[in-house]
Write a protein that binds this ligand. Structure first.
Ligand SMILES: [Zn+2]
Length: 129
C-alpha cells in the first residue's frame, strides 16, 4: 500500500510508529553505543561512584550531550528532499528507516540539518507546481 492511499492525517501516525519501532532495532542501538562515553563520578571522599555519567558525542560538532540532548539522525533523509512520501509504500518507507545509515547529532546540529532539508523540500515541491 502506498502512502497516497492513506488519509494524510494518518500518515504521520504511521511514520511515527515505524520510526519508534526502529528505536528498538540493533542498528539504532549500535549507533548510540558507538557514540557513548562514560565519565566516572566521584564522591566527596574521593571514592568512585557506581554509576558514571553517560554522554554521547555529536558526529558533526563533537559536543557531548546526555541522552535527552542528542538524537539519532538518518544521514541521508528517509525521504530525500527530492522525493514525496505519498509515492512510497509502507514497506519501502520501513526499509529506508531500518536500513539507512544513522548518526548521533546534538539537538542544535540536528535542527540546522533538518531546517536545511525542509528548505530544500519546499523548493522541490514548488518546482513541481
Ligand atoms: Zn552537534
Amino acid at each position: 500500500m502506498k502512502f497516497s492511499q492513506i488519509p494524510s492525517r494518518q500518515r504521520g501516525l504511521i511514520t511515527k510508529g515505524i520510526r519508534d519501532s526502529f528505536k528498538r532495532d540493533a542498528r539504532y542501538k549500535r549507533c548510540l553505543t558507538n557514540a557513548r562515553i562514560e565519565v566516572p563520578r566521584y564522591k566527596k571522599d574521593g571514592g568512585l561512584m557506581k554509576v558514571p555519567n553517560v554522554y554521547f558525542t555529536c558526529n558533526h560538532c563533537s559536543r557531548q550531550g546526555k541522552q535527552g540532548e542528542i538524537q539519532v539522525d538518518h544521514i541521508e533523509p528517509v525521504i530525500r528532499t527530492d522525493e514525496i512520501l505519498a509515492d512510497f509504500t509502507l514497506d519501502e518507507y520501513a526499509s529506508r528507516v531500518f536500513n539507512g545509515q544513522v548518526q548521533v547529532l546534538c539537538k542544535d546540529c540536528h535542527t540546522v540539518k533538518s531546517k536545511s532539508e525542509n528548505k530544500d523540500r519546499r523548493a522541490f515541491k514548488k518546482s513541481l507546481k
